[in-house]
Design a binder for this molecule. Structure first.
Ligand SMILES: [Zn+2]
Ligand SMILES: [Zn+2]
Length: 353
């Protein structure tokens, strides 16, 4: 495969400032890969990082931007000492945006998402990306035949969601409320439905509720922004006491409270949406205690959930294209993010060439 000398990639410079830069194509070292990106997808996290101008853990500015990507191995570095190289030029792969160390306490307990030395990878909005050895070994996955690149790119958010579904611990067909019908809430609806659960999805945006129904939600309920909406949602539970589980897919503290107020005694609340640092929520201690409500914080994904996400996409368990609102070239990444801020687009496919 011939590799050019230079390529273009999008850098985040600060709050709402991006720039397309031309850089030399990196040379993979021992164990590394060079990925030729075929499709990337924009994500709610990208919008958050774009607004805030970086992320304390994931992205230091100025730096390459974007974290959901699929492509082809353009070149693989030399076989590393004491290691192996699983990948060859031409392999169709997705690369996860994080790689665990594999040796710390959380990694040994199969909780790699909490790895004490989790490394992050950005640069999905570019033509090529150097995939460091740790990512090539632990966080690169073959794309099943028949799965297009732009659909494979959805394996990152879907892996987070499958990790979230696991965290709900639902052993039998259950009744679940999902707050928020952005890409994550919609993927929750699709993944829960695929496992046989009933889903009620709540959001202010009617078009997004329609998308939720298309992905298998039994009902979509229109709520107002800003919380105090549980009285509209809880009555839609199959049984009087509330939902077996409720998921927050918004990252808004007031909506966390709504999710907590939506479950039955013994129910579980999945606090999936990450809120701004320093925020807190009041807690009805009496209800949490006497009704044995489980509150579960959920973050990120694990290599195993990433692999399962690709299998689910390959099985066409749901129509993932419902989430892909538009396609744009690399140069229009900023406009793609702004269309998400205006809630015109759920996710945008960025084509690097
Ligand atoms: Zn993402
Ligand atoms: Zn670790």
């Amino acid at each position: 495969m011939s590799v050019p000398a230079a390529h273009r990639t999008v850098f985040l410079l600060g709050p709402e400032r991006v720039e397309v830069r031309e850089l030399p194509v990196p040379e993979p070292g021992p164990g590394d890969l060079l990925l030729r990106i075929e499709a990337a997808t924009t994500c709610g996290t990208d919008v958050k990082v774009f607004r805030r101008g970086g992320h304390p853990r994931m992205l230091v500015v100025p730096g390459p931007f974007g974290h959901e990507m699929a492509g082809v191995v353009a070149a693989s570095g030399p076989v590393p000492a004491g290691g192996a190289q699983r990948w060859r030029a031409g392999d169709r792969v997705v690369v996860a945006n994080s790689a665990p160390c594999g040796a710390c306490g959380p990694c040994e307990r199969d909780r790699e998402n909490l790895c004490a030395d989790l490394e992050y990878l950005n640069g999905a909005f570019g033509q090529y990306l150097l995939v460091p050895r740790r990512f090539a070994e632990r966080s690169t996955h073959r794309i099943p035949d028949g799965v297009p690149f732009e659909v494979a790119s959805l394996s990152e958010p879907l892996a987070c969601v499958l990790h979230g579904v696991d965290a709900c611990g639902l052993r039998e067909p259950s009744d679940v409320a999902v707050y928020g019908a952005g890409p994550i809430g919609l993927l929750f609806a699709a993944a829960l439905r695929a496992e046989g659960h009933r889903v009620v999805i709540a959001d202010p945006n009617p078009a997004r509720l329609e998308a939720g129904r298309a992905l298998g939600a039994a009902e979509g309920v229109r709520i107002e922004r800003g919380g105090r909406q549980a009285d509209l949602v809880r009555p839609l539970a199959r049984q009087g006491g509330g939902f077996d589980a409720a998921v927050d897919a918004t990252g808004v503290p007031e909506v966390w409270s709504d999710a907590i107020a939506s479950v039955r005694p013994g129910g579980i609340v999945n606090l999936f949406g990450g809120c701004a640092p320093g925020t807190t929520v009041p807690l009805d201690t009496h209800r949490v205690h006497y009704s044995e409500i489980t509150l579960k914080g959920v973050y990120h994904h694990r290599p195993a959930t990433f692999a399962r996400a690709l299998e689910l996409l390959a099985r066409r368990a749901f129509d993932a294209r419902v989430l892909l609102s538009a396609e744009r070239p690399l140069e229009e990444t900023e406009e793609a993010l702004r269309s998400m801020m205006r809630k015109e687009a759920l996710k945008v496919v960025i084509r690097p060439r």
